[in-house]
Ligand binder design. Sequence first.
Ligand SMILES: Cc1cc2nc3c(=O)[nH]c(=O)nc-3n(C[C@H](O)[C@H](O)[C@H](O)COP(=O)(O)OP(=O)(O)OC[C@H]3O[C@@H](n4cnc5c(N)ncnc54)[C@H](O)[C@@H]3O)c2cc1C
Length: 296
Amino acid sequence: MKHKVIIIGGGPAGLACVLQLKRYDIDALIIEKNHIGGLMRNANKVENYLGFPDGISGTDLLEKFIQQIKNNNIKIEFDEVIKLHHEKNEFVLKTLQKTYKCKIVVIATGTKPKKITGVNIEKEAADKVFYEVFDLKDTENKNIAIIGAGDAAFDYALTLSERNQVHIFNRGEKEKCLPLLYNKVSSEKNIHYHKRKILKSVSKKQCRLALIFDDQKKIDEHVSDYIIFAAGRKPEIDFFSDINKNEIDVLIKNKKLFMIGDVKNGIARQLAIATGDGIKAAMEVMLDSGFLILDS
Ligand SMILES: Cc1cc2nc3c(=O)[nH]c(=O)nc-3n(C[C@H](O)[C@H](O)[C@H](O)COP(=O)(O)OP(=O)(O)OC[C@H]3O[C@@H](n4cnc5c(N)ncnc54)[C@H](O)[C@@H]3O)c2cc1C
């Protein structure tokens, strides 16, 4: 199947890009492996995206994204890109279901959670271990442990504390989140924040989890229903290991390959930056004189 532009990832960056390409009447296919809206489904309240003076929940903003995509008759292809390479002046993308070819690829695949190391997680406990809050959003009256001390850990705690008891465990002394998140968490009676707690193991205890912490002075056990690891994220780029670094640089320079949003933004992982990247990439595709229209 041939397309002019293929966007990999239907998070905010990819959605902004496909929407802008639609405005130029440039045919683009967008492929999403999971849910439309990417990480927005995990966000508690977005207060730094212009146009929402009182802030907006991640879920409500996601609904607006989906509506906007529908209103513009944009179809999302639900599939996962598993391989990307470049040969004879075109890209070949392999997904779980199909093979696509195109001249221009926009990579908007965001990040994936860093897997925790140094913690022994019993196999039987694995079905109660999570890396995103979305999976537990409907949970009620449970005790949930969050391991981490950054924005995501504190944001997840706020989401879950509406209907559960939440414990945040920081292995260090100082939290690494925004002060406003820390202040919100501090005033929440259902959130309990623990410092200097180094998690060593997670095992099944009847139908719950036993978390063993070792702070060098003593060993503590905490019993919880679920655990979420929020220990940072890294770019989601495994599928293009076949293209070497030099070739990537040339493709980017020649505006054949675009990397947009969190996948390349380092610590500047923010919604407005991701959507801005998406619009900019679409404009560059449109303006690029080398742009060729392929027969489909
Ligand atoms: C808890 C939390 C709260 C946040 N709160 C805020 C906030 O208040 N304000 C703010 O500005 N930002 C916030 N952010 C950050 C914001 O969500 C991200 O900056 C934004 O979602 C990045 O968009 P993106 O499209 O680059 O990546 P993502 O949102 O990660 O989307 C990437 C998409 O690509 C898909 N994908 C990945 N690999 C493949 C593949 N191989 N094939 C097909 N599809 C693939 C993924 O499934 C995903 O849907 C928050 C993030 C989190 C986790």
